[in-house]
Ligand binder design. Structure first.
Ligand SMILES: Cc1cc2nc3c(=O)[nH]c(=O)nc-3n(C[C@H](O)[C@H](O)[C@H](O)COP(=O)(O)OP(=O)(O)OC[C@H]3O[C@@H](n4cnc5c(N)ncnc54)[C@H](O)[C@@H]3O)c2cc1C
Length: 444
């Protein structure tokens, strides 16, 4: 337990924001407690590679205890945050995986970085059929469904049902949707090409459905156009100005403006559209009266604290930050924003302990990257627009640099090098969990 009298900082969330806040407080005259409902940090930008068998789960996740084993002033608690007693300065906890946990934790400073989750535009029932790739568990479900679909197609004798098994629909044309569709394209065209006897995996149909008029709307239009062409070369059919209006175990219905809605038989739908903030944002907004936007993000002050609670910081995907004019600004929902905010919060805590004013948080935009396939990516770095191989090498090194754990960096680098030359994917496993889910779906 923390020494009596030492300033107690409790950090919720061992994701990108929380991790940087802990790093920044290493060796500071404070006792840090990191609370997460998972015992590992997950590198979400690469979960789609687990979902397509390119990487194994352990290569993109790292135990929080291992990360902080040499941080003497840091302890890790495995628990789910159930609520906040802001007046009493206590965090309410509930157990995870039957691990007994204290009911609450006292803090002097609280830093909340609970992240976000995918939203299904008010159709939560769709999540049963359209899995996403935000958590490791759902990435493994997606991996099982994609691989099981090829297996089912190989055994199916009815051509229509076989075509449905070989139709993959990715919903959402942002970076995750583009990366996911590109990876399924490579899997079908290269990796699985010689694995089956009855089907030709290259005949698989991969649809990427996007509501707006172009893919990758956070990139300049010229890079969106390049990404579209690269996807087409991988056998992906991008469908822009198209909206998924219904889906079930056997099909997806897509609305195209000015045309009748189209029902497409498919057994594999991957959701990569729309996120909503962690429910912790809503709880904090309710307790403090702070604004919530439509995506469930709570508005925080320019120094990332909650209005009326300078001892509570909130950051990352779950917040919007009030600008000097008082209006909340939405930063992109990307790792660099959360990381910079985590680092800022750690510095602000220390500045305050020295009696100094930390000043407002300032975001430094370093650019945007998205990979499409082997040797192809797009990058927009401070106005410098890159595409093709050079963008892919940039993407590769940036991701290796930020991946947590030296061993993981080496393993991923080796895996990517081997895959680059062999077109192989070493982690093409259908695990029991995913098989059950696929098997439970009504058969055609
Ligand atoms: C599939 C995918 C691909 C992405 N690709 C990129 C990319 O290429 N580049 C990029 O910059 N960004 C990417 N992002 C976005 C990036 O991952 C997020 O912006 C970033 O993770 C936000 O960091 P965070 O700290 O706010 O939340 P997270 O990193 O999500 O961390 C939140 C943490 O809080 C914990 N938590 C939540 N609720 C509770 C609770 N009640 N109790 C205890 N613990 C809790 C969670 O377990 C988690 O560890 C991607 C996201 C996804 C889903």
């Amino acid at each position: 337990m923390p020494d009596a009298g030492v300033h107690r900082v409790v950090i919720v969330g061992g994701g990108f924001g929380g991790l940087q806040a802990v790093h920044g407080l290493r060796g500071a005259p404070v006792e840090v407690t990191l609370v997460d409902r998972r015992n590992f940090h997950l590198f979400q930008p690469l979960t789609y590679q687990v979902a397509t068998g390119a990487l194994a789960p352990g290569e993109i996740a790292y135990p929080l205890r291992a990360i902080f084993k040499r941080y003497d002033n840091v302890r890790v608690v495995l628990a789910e945050v159930a609520g906040f007693d802001l007046a009493g300065r206590r965090l309410q906890l509930k157990p995870v995986a039957d691990v007994p946990t204290p009911d609450s934790l006292a803090y002097d400073t609280l830093i909340v970085a609970g992240g976000s989750r995918y939203s299904y535009f008010g159709h939560d029932e769709w999540s049963e059929y359209a899995a996403e790739v935000k958590s490791l568990e759902s990435a493994l479900t997606v991996r099982g469904r994609i691989l099981a679909a090829f297996e089912a197609a190989e055994l199916e004798t009815d051509p229509e049902r076989q075509a449905a098994w070989l139709t993959f629909v990715v919903v959402g044309g942002g970076p995750t949707g583009v990366e996911m569709a590109g990876q399924i394209g490579e899997l079908a065209r290269d990796t699985l090409r010689r694995d089956f006897r009855r089907i030709d995996s290259r005949t698989g149909r991969i649809l990427l459905v996007e509501t707006t008029d172009r893919l990758l709307t956070s990139f300049p239009p010229s890079l969106s156009a390049k990404a579209l062409r690269s996807l087409q070369r991988l056998g992906v059919s991008p469908m822009v100005r198209s909206t998924v209006v219904d889906l079930d175990a056997d099909s997806v219905t897509i609305d195209h403006p000015g045309a009748a809605a189209e029902r497409i038989p498919t057994r594999t739908i991957i959701w990569a559209a729309g996120v909503t903030a962690s429910s912790l944002a809503g709880t904090l907004a309710e307790l403090t009266g702070a604004e919530l936007d439509r995506a469930g993000r709570v508005a925080v002050e320019p120094d990332l604290t909650l209005s009326g609670h300078p001892e509570v910081f909130a950051l990352g995907d779950m917040v919007r930050v009030r600008a000097a004019n008082g209006n909340p600004v939405t930063f992109p929902g990307v790792a660099p924003v959360a990381m910079q905010q985590g680092r800022y919060a750690a510095k602000a805590v220390q500045a305050r302990l020295r009696g100094q004013d930390p000043g407002p948080f300032r975001y430094h935009d370093k650019g945007n990257l998205a990979t499409i396939g082997r040797g192809t990516a797009v990058a927009d770095i401070k106005g410098l627009k890159l595409s093709g191989f050079i963008a892919w090498v940039t993407w590769l090194f940036v991701h290796l640099w930020y991946l947590v754990g030296f061993q993981n960096r080496i393993l991923v680098f080796i895996r990517w090098s081997v895959s680059f030359f062999t077109h192989g994917r070493g982690a093409r496993l259908i695990t029991a969990q995913a098989t059950e889910k696929v098997g439970n779906r009504p058969s055609a």
